[in-house]
Write a new protein. Sequence first.
Length: 303
Amino acid sequence: MHNNIDLSLLKVISTLVSCGSVTKTAEILNVSPGAISYSLNKARFQTGAHLFIRTRTGMKPDSTALELSLRYQKFNSSLTDKNESESALQREALTFNTFSLVELMLAPGMPQMADDRPLFRHIFCPYTNNVPERIRLLREREIDIDIGSKLPADPMIGKTKLFSSKVAIVASAKNRHIGSEFTLKDWYSHQHAVWSEMVDYYTKDITQSGTVLKHFEARKISVISGSIINMLTFCAATDCIMVVPAYCVPILEKKFDLRSYSMPEEIETWYDCFVHFNLQLVEESTVIDYVHKMIGKVKSSYG
């Protein structure tokens, strides 16, 4: 066996041993299936072994492939231990991709150290709701925590639900045109402020989903903005109304001169919010414990 086989080839072999699929290996390593096939042919030339046999249930490794996979795992384990040790000494900040409502909810509950300083500096990056970009940021560890609508399954990304909530209406506390209950007539008689980022609202009744969508499309929109905070401030000062997750209402009513209402029965909708993270973050026990406490604080305060 060739003892100087490239580390990149060892990584391809180890990943293929784990998942048994060239296509899946390509997805995990973020390359094309053709690139995986090229790497395998190169590894076969260097080792003189066939490495894998294609079967009906996937790619089956031979003894050489298993030995090379073990070699890579041992190397990667020693590298992870070193990185974890360095991270424990060097980690100073946690970076987030989330929207302003979640920032408002997180801030009061961030666990504090004994000397009243945060355990980590918190960096809230400019929010993006673009799904491929959110996945890329997590996979490449440009951000540590992503909080928002549920992302598709990914072998490198973990997730946990932060909350599931009905959607509510917020209006100025000075608005005198709304009675004790918000009606469908109120929905159409008021101007709406709309967040320019897509929010993944849904209905629990399949027969109602089409009608709800029509009601949302037919509303009178006064302003569209990428800033939720600016729109909430605008609604508090005008007769404009806005749709938000009901889970966020307590802190909004505390921070803004707003009053909340349940959605009319005809357009009852829901929103689910998830915390996403690169699975390598689990190896940093101090970080993951901190995030766990932070999530628990949000749930206990607003759940």
